[in-house]
Design a protein around this ligand. Structure first.
Ligand SMILES: [Fe+2]
Ligand SMILES: [Fe+2]
Length: 342
């Protein structure tokens, strides 16, 4: 009889704790296959911070070296509130000759009696449970206990403080370069609503200017635009202090615009961005260097366009940047110099 493990969760994003639990369960019962069942609308109605496709992509990246793991989209097909017993029915019909196992954490397991149709679940599958720290399993209940995953973290913690010891590096790069959780991070950095709206506008204009380039490059443009002002609302005395302490800048042409280099530092050190092109576009968006890259020019232009007081002619400037970025860059650079002089 084949043994199939079902492992449900948000996986928003998937991390090494999930993978360790899955592997441990797989080895423990000598299973044939394990399905990561993505939750669609869970009964506790917790909102997901990334889209269905993004979560699916992240799981697929993380499990690509394990042929015995796969993603199940069964909950999406149902589109109603998701219940575990429904998933079990589905798999029971699909694999009538197999033995089903349900992998859960001890927090969920101890709450088992509150699950819808839990007696049916208990009858139709065996439970494998990993004990979480501070949440030990009630030993009277029947479950196969497996070792606690060594990675003790939560997905939401990793969104704000990514750590490659706890998550797949390729998943993290995918998160960063595709701006997943980007707006959520800006909110948590304390940016005002006005500033976040400006960041979203700069991201959209940057992507628009990059529209003749590859989709990957457009995503990079969006990302650099979205994050460009991440350090802008840190109080100015702190910006200067951090820049001296952390960046070793003892002098800067204008401390008012140090948030460019400081933003790059935060993206690199805190959020572990790797893409130099994106990082430089953020670093040099306030004071461009003499030979700016394509992406640096795009973000500089998009930022200045978004910040203009007289917005009536913005579409003309965007069109100019799309058709001839060098001309657009020169024009916008000149307009900017004139407004500084004023
Ligand atoms: Fe800025
Ligand atoms: Fe800006």
């Amino acid at each position: 009889m084949k043994k199939i493990i079902l492992f449900g969760g948000s996986f928003d994003p998937i991390h090494n704790g999930h993978l360790q639990a899955a592997l441990e369960a797989y080895k423990n019962i000598n299973a044939d296959h394990l399905y990561f069942i993505m939750s669609y609308i869970s009964p506790d109605n917790k909102n997901h911070k990334s889209t269905w496709e993004q979560r699916k992509k992240m799981i697929n990246i993380a499990i690509k070296n394990y042929s015995f793991f796969s993603v199940s989209e069964i909950e999406k097909e149902d589109e109603e509130i998701s219940y575990t017993y429904k998933n079990i029915n589905y798999f029971k019909n699909k694999f009538p000759e197999s033995e089903l196992y349900l992998l859960v954490g001890s927090d969920q397991f101890n709450n088992f009696k509150n699950w819808k149709n839990y007696d049916q679940i208990e009858k139709e599958c065996k439970i494998i449970c990993f004990e979480r720290e501070n949440n030990f399993v009630n030993k009277e209940k029947k479950a196969i206990l497996i070792k606690e995953p060594k990675v003790n973290t939560s997905s939401s913690e990793l969104i704000l403080n990514p750590d490659i010891k706890m998550m797949n590096e390729e998943v993290l790069n995918y998160i960063n370069e595709n701006s997943i959780y980007g707006i959520y991070r800006l909110e948590k950095e304390g940016l005002s609503e006005r500033r976040i709206n400006h960041c979203i506008e700069v991201a959209n204009i940057s992507k628009q200017i990059a529209s003749s380039h590859s989709e990957d490059f457009q995503m990079k443009a969006y990302c650099a635009g979205l994050y460009h002002d991440i350090a802008k609302e840190i109080p100015i005395d702190k910006q200067i202090h951090y820049s001296k302490e952390l960046l070793n800048y003892n002098d800067f042409p204008s401390w008012k615009v140090i948030h460019g280099p400081l933003g790059e530092y935060i993206m690199k050190r805190k959020y572990l961005f790797k893409d130099e092109d994106i990082l430089n576009a953020v670093k040099f968006h306030t004071i461009p260097r003499s030979n700016p890259t394509l992406l640096e020019k795009i973000v500089f232009c998009a930022d200045k366009i978004s910040s203009r007081k007289h917005r009536e002619t913005n579409y003309e400037l965007i069109d100019l940047c799309i058709s001839n970025l060098d001309e657009g860059y020169k024009t916008i650079f000149k307009i900017n110099m004139e407004s500084i002089k004023e």
